[in-house]
Design a protein around this ligand. Structure first.
Ligand code: ZN
Ligand code: ZN
Length: 361
């Protein structure tokens, strides 16, 4: 991590010059971590052509030195963004960028006050664009996070039986990953059973599994600041013909779209590979979300595999491929793998089996 920081700052500086910015105020925690290594709960960066500053408070005086040795630490007692504005006004002439997608209106007000009349420019996506392409070091962390989720899934499958609650199964998965070395879960784990499996982002409830339920398990771990993400679907003890059918279609869509992932492929076209298969099976209305997303410091980041997106995939992108079919009040299926984009294809980081037929447990 540490030796990567100077490279990232250098790349950002080149990006600032191209955007005609004299500096950037970074406020998104994931961008702060990516650029500096700092993980504190409160802080901001100011990066200019000459200087790299980390603003935070007393609580992080020592931590910042350890995590972000490439940054000058500025200790702020209160009104952090006003101070960032004042220092920016003194440090850099010209246009100053800020992350409009991440700064609240209130904090933007503080920043503007501190800056006085200096020109402030919305500069969202600058850091995110760099983050989309992972270095080999970053992929090591994502691979480790994916491996923990694979192991946790095996454990969770062993708990799938009538009477078990979604919440207990999710908690067991979380505990398993934490004990096996995850810093945290990448997101609130999803265990959605029966009719709840038709809710793409269901979370968990106290619902008890019943024979014949579809169960969607969507889990990810965070390791060294990097996330993983994967989904599998199971049937409890028995499965209807319809459940088998939607599983088989989702599986075919997943395989075909995953095979289309490679450097140079257009995100919207990869999405269309899966969407066409589901449309042609007459379930197009039941697949209402994008095919996939980038994964890294955040579990959802660039690039996005979605309808109409003309971004081209690049080697080093890490993306999910996760088609789903959701039948309201009945149940749903989603199958999600995590892939590293390569020049001539992709490597699948998810190792858990994805059988062609609905697994009944
Ligand atoms: Zn997921
Ligand atoms: Zn996902």
């Amino acid at each position: 991590m540490k030796k990567a920081v100077p490279d990232r700052i250098a790349r950002l500086r080149a990006g600032l010059a191209e955007s005609d910015l004299s500096g950037l105020v970074v406020s998104a925690p994931s961008n702060i971590f990516y650029l500096s290594g700092f993980t504190g709960s409160s802080g901001a960066l100011l990066i200019t052509a000459e200087r790299a500053l980390l603003f935070s408070d007393f609580r992080y005086r020592l931590q910042s030195r350890e995590q972000a040795p490439d940054f000058e630490f500025v200790e702020v007692e209160r009104d952090l963004f006003q101070r960032v504005g004042r220092v920016s006004a003194d440090t850099c002439a010209g246009r100053l960028g800020y992350e409009s997608a991440h700064l609240t209106c209130e904090l933007l007000g503080h920043l503007t006050e501190g800056l006085q009349s200096r020109e402030l420019v919305a500069a969202t996506g600058l850091v995110e664009d760099f983050r989309a392409i992972k270095s080999p070091d970053e992929i090591v962390h994502i691979r480790a996070a994916a491996a923990l989720a694979d192991q946790a899934l095996d454990h969770m499958i062993s708990l799938l039986r009538p009477g078990a609650t979604e919440r207990d199964i999710a908690l067991e998965g979380e505990y398993f990953m934490r004990r096996a070395g995850a810093d945290a879960v990448a997101f609130d784990l999803i265990v959605a059973s029966g009719p709840r499996s038709a809710l793409p982002h269901a979370g968990t409830s106290t619902r008890e599994l019943q024979p014949g339920d579809l169960v969607v398990i969507d889990i990810g771990a965070a390791v060294d600041g990097y996330c993983s993400d994967m989904t599998r679907t199971f049937a409890v003890q028995t499965a209807t013909e319809q459940a088998r059918q939607i599983y088989e279609i989702a599986h075919r869509a997943q395989r075909a779209a995953a095979a289309a992932v490679q450097a140079g492929a257009i995100c919207g076209e990869v999405d269309a590979v899966a969407r066409t298969i589901i449309d042609e099976a007459d379930f197009g209305d039941c697949f209402g979300h994008g095919l996939g997303h980038g994964v890294g410091v955040d579990v959802h980041e660039a690039p996005h595999l979605r309808k109409g997106d003309d971004t081209r995939l690049a080697a080093g992108n890490v993306v999910t491929v996760e088609p789903g079919i959701y039948l309201p009040d009945i149940g749903g299926v989603r199958l999600e793998d995590l892939l590293v984009v390569q020049a001539d294809g992709a490597e699948t980081l998810t190792a858990s089996a994805m059988p062609a037929e609905l697994p009944v447990v």
